[in-house]
Ligand binder design. Structure first.
Ligand SMILES: NC(=O)c1ccc[n+]([C@@H]2O[C@H](COP(=O)([O-])OP(=O)(O)OC[C@H]3O[C@@H](n4cnc5c(N)ncnc54)[C@H](O)[C@@H]3O)[C@@H](O)[C@H]2O)c1
Length: 283
């Protein structure tokens, strides 16, 4: 028995990166998967490589009609909806806050935040009736720390965590869990594009991220790291997890640059504690 045997998942952004890795892993663990994306050729290829337990559907996540239709298609083809993974995304508007055109702000928020609202709305419509389900959404470390992403991206990814908490509070009584996933730096088409200017250079970006000074030295984030988090959160093993954000970032948001090397940092060396009131404590 797979860990999500017989469950039905809609995965947005399923043509690439986290979404494609999650679609493959969930299907390998027994789920039926609807791959939803705007990249038709890639999305279709992902579904075909999985086989009969996957279908592709063209879906622009910023469109309510498209998101509603993707949910309805999963229900009509596979009979139910157990997992909604609101994962599609772009980097979106970049640049200084005083120069971002409103049109770019609105477009970016449409893809990154309206999409998650729509995914939650239409999944809840089905899951409330079913009285079960899991809604996952991809946030980012930019949603929990300042200075790690572009402004609009950061706003959207922060809001996803707030929306997750609130919707979890509403849907808990229906047995529906709602969780955000917070990735760090992972090698995908998106980050290959940002780091190297080439969305196909995913293997090279693994090397780039290996050198980054996160506590887990020499270990780049991979798409599979997020797929495994999504699989666990979708399974009964995470049956008491809701309304929270699961960080999968190699420790990056500990912010512990100071303890960068083994055994180094202000508090790394042992010192005897003076066990007496009024003393500062350290000899
Ligand atoms: N890779 C990272 O390090 C990282 C870190 C934090 C958060 N994220 C988030 O993870 C999610 C997945 O990104 P990824 O790294 O796998 O990148 P990716 O580029 O490999 O995949 C993103 C997918 O989203 C799809 N997409 C974009 N706009 C869409 C739209 N309007 N409608 C439907 N699909 C659309 C793309 O076609 C693509 O297939 C995104 O939300 C991203 O912001 C990624």
């Amino acid at each position: 028995m797979g860990r999500v045997e017989g469950r039905v998942a809609v995965i947005t952004g399923g043509a690439s990166g986290f979404g494609a890795a999650t679609a493959r892993l969930m299907a390998a663990e027994g789920a039926k998967v609807l791959v939803a994306d705007v990249q038709d050729e890639l999305g279709r290829a992902v579904a075909e490589s999985i086989g009969p337990s996957a279908v592709f559907r063209h879906t622009d996540v910023s469109s309510e009609d498209d998101v509603a239709a993707a949910v309805d298609a999963a229900v009509s083809q596979f009979g139910r909806l157990d997992v909604m993974f609101n994962n599609a995304g772009i980097v979106g508007a970049v640049g200084p806050i005083d120069q971002i055109p409103l049109s770019e702000y609105e477009f970016t928020m449409g893809v990154l935040l309206r999409s998650v609202f729509l995914g939650m709305k239409h999944a809840a419509r089905v899951m409330k009736q079913q009285e079960s389900g899991v809604i996952l959404s991809t946030s980012s470390i930019a949603g929990v720390m300042g200075g790690l992403g572009p402004h609009v991206y950061t706003a959207a990814k922060s809001a996803i965590i707030g929306l997750t908490r609130n919707v979890a509070a509403e849907l808990g009584p229906w047995g529906v869990r709602v969780v955000a996933i917070v990735p760090g730096n992972h090698a995908t088409a998106m980050t290959a594009d940002v780091a190297l200017g080439d969305h196909t250079a995913v293997d090279q970006v693994v090397e780039t991220f290996r050198d980054r000074k996160t506590p887990l030295r020499g270990r780049a984030g991979l798409a599979d790291d997020i797929a495994h988090a999504a699989l666990w959160l979708s399974s009964d093993h995470a049956g008491f997890v809701s309304g929270t954000a699961i960080v999968v970032d190699g420790g990056l948001t500990t912010g512990s640059k100071e303890a960068a090397e083994r055994g180094q940092g202000t508090f790394a060396a042992p010192r005897p504690l003076i066990l007496q009131g009024g003393q500062r404590g350290l000899r």
